[in-house]
Design a protein around this ligand. Structure first.
Ligand code: 5GP
Ligand code: ZN
Length: 112
């Protein structure tokens, strides 16, 4: 399958990994929008939030178990933002579910 993030998980495209376990992979965004900008993704190919279902929800839950650990490891003790863009109106550019973890500075009080 021609998926950029699946290729990153397989190591075919280099990335700066910050976390990996059986079902979750996390790496630094190539174009950071904040001092810390990590992408947290499931290892299995789920296209977007729209693709979350009863069968893969455990993997998504695992992502949310991992995010606080990554935030702590990144020193985001003053807070952080978690975003997932889903579909065209949200400008989702990579069709593999990912959660942006943004922090390390005061973020905008506007989300869109
Ligand atoms: P989206 O726009 O789909 O919500 O987010 C996709 C994110 O993937 C963007 O923030 C973009 O900078 C990041 N990205 C795109 N290609 C690469 C890449 O090859 N490596 C890394 N580390 N991040 C990428
Ligand atoms: Zn994929």
């Amino acid at each position: 399958m021609d998926c950029l993030f699946c290729a990153i998980i397989r190591g075919e495209i280099p990335s700066t990994k910050v976390y990996e376990d059986e079902s979750v992979f996390a790496f630094r965004d190539i174009n950071p929008q904040a001092p810390t900008h990590v992408l947290v993704i499931p290892k299995s190919h789920i296209p977007s939030v729209d693709g979350i279902n009863g069968e893969n929800a455990v993997e998504v839950a695992n992502i949310f178990r991992v995010i606080p650990k990554i935030a702590a490891a990144e020193g985001l003790s003053n807070g952080y933002r978690v975003i997932s863009n889903c579909g065209a109106d949200a400008c989702q550019s990579v069709k593999h579910l990912h959660f942006h973890v943004l922090g390390g500075a005061q973020l905008s009080d506007k989300m869109a």
